[in-house]
Structure formats: structure tokens, C-alpha cells
Ligand binder design. Sequence first.
Ligand code: S3P
Length: 436
Amino acid sequence: MHKTIDYLIQPGGKLTGRVRVPGDKSISHRSVMLGSLAQGTTHVSGLLEGEDVLCTLGAFRAMGVPAEGPDRGSLTIHGVGLHGLKPPKNILDMGNSGTAMRLMAGILAGQDFDSELIGDESLSKRPMKRVSDPLMRMGASIETAEGERPPLKIKGGQKLRGLDYPMPMASAQVKSCLLLAGLYAEGETIVTEPAPTRDHTERMLRGFGYSVQTQAGRVSLRGGGKLLACHIDVPADISSATFFLVGASIAAGSDLILEHVGINPTRIGVINILKLMGANLEILNSRTVGGEPVADIRVRAAKLRGIHIPEEQVPLAIDEFPALFIAAACAEGETTLTGAHELRVKESDRIAVMAQGLKQIGVNARETPDGIVIQGGALHGGEIQSHGDHRIAMAFAMAGLCARQPITVRDCKNVDTSFPGFARLAAGAGLSICVI
Ligand code: S3P
């Protein structure tokens, strides 16, 4: 039994100074995957050393990929080439990470050995049909557990064929899974997305010298090429920066700079939504690092107002809603979210768990099938169950800045999956947070 970790946040405080949050989780996973499958030695700097990424790295090490690190964000991977992986001796444990499991499924479907992917209690409940279905249409052999959930048993030695796939949901994990399987497929793999989703896989494949075509919601590649090692500089994760963007917006007197944040256009929904709510955000020193746009973001406290969140922003801010709901709770008026059913199948049902937590601290929040309605108002203190969801835990920690009494957040251990050192960094910027 693991020791549980809770947060106790005292009300008040403001966020000031300069903060660099850890590396981008999505880009970190992909750097380990493509670095392992490349020819030559890939150096990664700024890697997120969170548990999710360590699961991905552990899986490749178990399949014979030599790697040194990570050490303070530096990782050296001696790629084995697309056909150089060895059969793992054991089942591969993807922990809490949906990204690891779904993207690995695409890679493993193309190998000539059998493999099995498992996950923790949360991941074991998450839907896998969205990847197993199209992969099987490409010729893969995948067995799922009841309800098409993990574990995934993948039979090797199958001949994959390219697929022309209109994705039923806007998911970068599904798109990436199919593109990775497409590296092993005969012919062309085409994925059409119903709305733009994060494009880190496409960008990084190109960085590794692989030809990928993109036009108006359609991404395609041909199997049979090769990946060539390169250097990857991982920007700070905008999804982790979000807790500070919201915290500084809601806490009077805050003035904070977030350094070296990835501002890929497919990830900046949070900036767009906060600006619509009246947030004071300034993008400074925009630059491109390793094919990804990066900037420093200055955020100062502002009076926020409730809005109807534009549906086209939903996939661009999909991981940011727990924090955005806290912003909505502190805003004047009503905020409504629609078109966000996907939030129900994240690390927890983020609509239900956030609505429950908000009510717990006196906020009027009402769930709808695909969203939520939140009335801004005073936040009391209280006890919040994070249900083991890292982003729920960090969102309610920031709520403490605006609450009238202390907030206790239960079950925060999984914050280490995406943001190791969160409490220390937040305390350094001015949040009165204790780990208990
Ligand atoms: C991710 C895609 C998103 C996101 C997840 C990371 C990725 O999931 O929620 O945290 O790295 O591709 P979906 O593809 O399920 O929307």
C-alpha cells in the first residue's frame, strides 16, 4: 500500500516572481518513443521526469533500448531503429498514462513479437476501443478486456496495411497511435480529425527526418521509411503552466512570469479562454525551439468574467478544464461549457469530480452530459477528493488562493505523473501549501 499524500492550502497569498514548470508531457513521451525507434543517438533536454514518461522509457528499456538518464531533464537514447526492438520479458506497465498506452499500442501492433500493456486502476477503466478498432482494421491483432478496456494483448507478426481513417472524436492520442502504426504499414495511413488536436507527433516525425503530409485536418504518411536521431529540447508544459496562469489571475496582487512555455497553436486554448474571461496575459519573447513555438508568459491578477466557452477551443484546452473551472468559480457571472464529453474519460470523470469538488467548497456548479455550468461566487474552504487525478488535485490547490477557509485536497500522489515538485514550486511562488 502506497503512502497517501494530501495537500493543505491556507487561504490568501499571491503568486509572484519567475517560474519554469517541468517539461511538456506529450512531447516528452514522443521524444522517448521516436528516439528509441530512430537510427543513432538522440539527446533530449528538458524532459519531464514524471511517472507517466518514466513508464514509456521503462517500456523501451524493457525492449532493449539503451538509454542514459534522465538526469535533470537530460536523456540520451541509443535508438535501435524501427525494427530493432526486442521482445520484453514481462508485461509492460503504463501506470496512469493513457498517452503511453495508446501510442505504444500503435508501435507494438507493428512488431514481430507479442506484448501486453497494463495500467493502474484509473487507466484500467479507460476506453481502448478507439485505438484497438482502427488498429485491427489495419491488420493488427489486439485483445482487450471486458468493455474494451486494458489490458491490451497485442499479437506480433501481423502485416499492417495503411488505413484512411476519419476519427470519430478529436483525439491526438488516437491520431498519433495510427501514425505510429502507419510507420510499419504497407502503403499510406491517413487520419482525418473532426477538429484540430495537438500536432506534436507530426512535428517530431518531421524533426526525425520522416515525411508527413498535413492539410486541412488531414494527416498522412507512408510506411517503410526510417527515423534519424536528433536533438530534442522539450519546452515547459503549458498544461502545467495553466495552474499558475489561473492561480495568478485569481489571486489579487499577483504578477508572475512563466518561462519557456510551449505555445503550439494546438495547445493554447487555455490562453484564448482566459483572455475571453478578461485575464491579463502577455506573451513575451516568442521563439521557435526544435520545431515548437515557445514563449514566456506574464500573468497579472485580473477581474474575470463568466463566458460561454467556444466549442472550437475545447480540444485545444482539453487538459486545462479542471483549472479553468476554478477560474470560472472565481469569475463574475456564469460560465458554461458544452461539447466536452471527452472530459468524462480522462484520468477521472473530470466533469463529475470537479462539480462535486466545487460544490464541496460552496460553488454552484451543475453537470450537463457534455459540460458544466458554473456560477462564480465566494469559495469556502473544505475537503476535496481528487480521485487520484493529478490535474484535479492541482486545480483545487490553486483554489486555495481565493478561498475563505483552508482547503484540504486528498489523494495527491498522482501529481507526480505530470508535475513532480508542484507543491514546492507553487509554495516558492507564494501559495500557502503544505504536503501532509
Ligand atoms: C495527449 C492527448 C490528449 C490529452 C492527453 C495527452 C497526447 O488526449 O488529454 O493528456 O499527448 O496526445 P486525447 O487524445 O484523449 O484527447
